[in-house]
Design a protein around this ligand. Structure first.
Ligand code: ZN
Length: 416
C-alpha cells in the first residue's frame, strides 16, 4: 500500500464524516436514535455504491452491511472476513458543528483548543511521538468523533484503495457499520443471518498498536425510588422523601470501587444518571467487571443495598431492574485462535509493537463475539474519547489502514 495515497484517502473521509452530527441519544428507543446517524449511513451507502459494490444493504434499524466479492481466481477461496465500525458519537459530549483543527508538522508544544482549553503534552505524552506529523484535534467546543469515524474512514479508505488497484488480490470481505454503539444498543436486532464472515475485526480502539480481545462484562441497573408525599409542613413521621432514599443508596455504594478509583483489571460501580424529585427518583448505574463471578457479586451488592434502603424507608418503595449490556468477549474470541494470531502478525508486519490489554469498556464486537463471530478490537488511532480533548494523529490512522490491508493478505492464504 502506498501510505501517502492511503493517508489522503483517510483524511478526506475523516473530515467529511466528522462534519456530520451523529451523536446518539440513550433516551430514545428507536434505532438509530438520531437523524444524523441516518445522514452518515446514507452517505456511506452512496460512497460504497460509487466503488461499484452491488451488495450494499441498509436496513430499518440502521445496520449497513456491504459485501466485497473475492477477486482471487479459482474455487479455492479464503474465509470471508469482516470489518466493523460505528457511525455514532458519544452522548456525553456535544457532537454538533465539529470544527477539527488540523495541525501540520506538529512542533511538540501544547495545543490551544479555542480560547478556553489546552491539549497539554503533560497530560498527553503520546503527542511527542508525533512531532513533525499531522495531528487533528477539536476546537475545544465539542468532541472530535475519531471514536469511531477514524475506524469508518480507515475501512472506507482501504476499500477505495482496492477499487483503484484491482491488481491487489483479496478474499471476500464483509463491512458492517452500526448505529447507537455508544448507548449500548449497537447490536440490538442485528441481522446475524446476513453475515458469512468467520471473524470480524472491530476498528474501534485507541492509540496505535492496541489490540484487544477482552472487555468488561457489563450490566445496567435502573433503580426507582418512590416516596410518600405530604405537605412538608405536615410531614413529620409520615413523609418519605425519594431524594433522601436515593442519596442513602448512593452513599452505600462502595466508593473505593468507582470509575475514579479503579483501573487495569478492577471493575466498578458507576452512578451515571439521576433524575426526579422528592416523590420519585430514578438512578441509572453501570456495573463493570472482567469476571462473570465478579459481576454476579456486584449485582448482589446492588440488590442488598436496595433492600437495605427499602427496609429503612417505611412506606417508600425501591424497584430495581438489571439490564444485560454485553459480556467479556475473551472466551468467545479464544475459540478461534487464528483470529488473534493473524491480528498480532498483521500489527507486527506493519512495524508496530502490539499492545494487548483488556478494554475498560465494550464494543459492538463483544456482542458479535457472543453471537458466534469472534470480533476483537483494533486501534483506530484516536485518544481521549468522549471528550473535548479527543485527538488523532494521522500516522496512527494510516497504520490502522495498513493493519487492515495486512490482515486481509494474511487471511487470503487460508482456505475457507
Ligand atoms: Zn467507539
Amino acid at each position: 500500500m502506498n501510505t501517502a495515497t492511503i493517508e489522503q484517502l483517510i483524511v478526506e473521509r475523516f473530515l467529511r464524516y466528522t462534519a456530520i452530527d451523529t451523536r446518539s441519544d440513550d433516551h430514545i428507543a428507536t434505532k438509530p436514535s438520531t437523524a444524523g446517524q441516518w445522514d452518515l449511513l446514507h452517505l456511506l451507502v452512496k460512497e460504497l455504491k460509487e466503488l461499484g459494490l452491488e451488495d450494499v444493504l441498509l436496513n430499518a434499524d440502521g445496520f449497513l452491511i456491504a459485501r466485497i466479492p473475492s477477486n482471487i481466481p479459482g474455487s479455492a477461496q479464503p474465509p470471508v472476513i469482516g470489518f466493523m465500525a460505528h457511525v455514532d458519537t458519544s452522548p456525553d459530549m456535544p457532537g454538533n458543528g465539529v470544527r477539527p483543527q488540523i495541525i501540520e508538522a506538529y512542533d511538540g508544544s501544547d495545543i490551544p483548543l479555542g480560547d478556553q482549553w489546552t491539549l497539554t503534552t503533560a497530560d498527553n505524552p503520546l503527542l511527542k511521538k508525533y512531532v513533525g506529523s499531522t495531528i487533528i484535534t477539536t476546537d475545544g467546543r465539542t468532541l472530535l468523533g475519531a471514536d469511531d469515524k477514524a475506524g469508518v474512514a480507515e475501512i472506507m479508505a482501504v476499500l477505495q484503495y482496492y477499487h483503484d488497484h484491482p491488481e491487489i488480490r483479496h478474499g471476500a470481505l464483509e463491512i458492517i457499520f452500526t448505529a447507537d454503539e455508544e448507548t449500548g444498543h449497537g447490536m440490538d436486532g442485528f441481522p446475524l443471518e446476513q453475515l458469512h464472515a468467520r471473524c470480524c475485526y472491530t476498528m474501534d480502539g485507541g492509540r496505535s498498536g492496541e489490540i484487544e480481545s477482552e472487555c468488561f462484562h457489563a450490566n445496567r441497573v435502573d433503580i426507582t425510588f418512590t416516596g410518600v408525599m405530604y405537605h412538608p409542613g405536615a410531614a413529620r413521621g409520615r413523609m418519605v422523601n425519594a431524594i433522601t432514599m436515593a442519596n442513602r443508596f448512593c452513599m452505600m455504594i462502595p466508593q473505593s470501587e468507582s470509575p475514579e478509583t479503579t483501573d487495569e483489571r478492577e471493575g466498578y460501580y458507576y452512578l451515571g444518571e439521576i433524575s426526579g424529585d422528592s416523590s420519585s427518583c430514578t438512578l441509572i448505574m453501570n456495573l463493570r467487571d472482567f469476571e462473570a463471578s465478579g459481576m454476579e457479586r456486584r449485582i448482589r451488592v446492588v440488590e442488598a443495598t436496595a433492600h437495605a434502603v427499602q427496609e429503612s424507608s417505611a412506606a417508600g418503595k425501591v424497584d430495581l431492574k438489571v439490564i444485560k449490556q454485553y459480556v467479556n468477549m475473551a472466551e468467545y474470541v479464544s475459540k478461534d485462535p487464528l483470529v488473534m494470531e493473524k491480528l498480532q502478525q498483521a500489527v507486527e508486519r506493519a512495524g508496530i509493537t502490539p499492545i494487548m490489554q483488556p478494554i475498560r469498556g465494550g464494543t459492538d464486537g463483544a456482542r458479535l463475539s457472543e453471537m458466534g463471530i469472534p470480533a476483537p478490537n483494533i486501534f483506530a488511532g484516536g485518544v481521549n474519547f468522549h471528550s473535548r480533548f479527543e485527538w488523532v494523529a494521522v500516522p496512527a490512522m494510516v497504520e490502522a489502514a495498513v493493519v487492515i490491508d495486512t490482515l486481509i493478505h494474511l487471511w487470503s492464504s487460508e482456505q475457507a
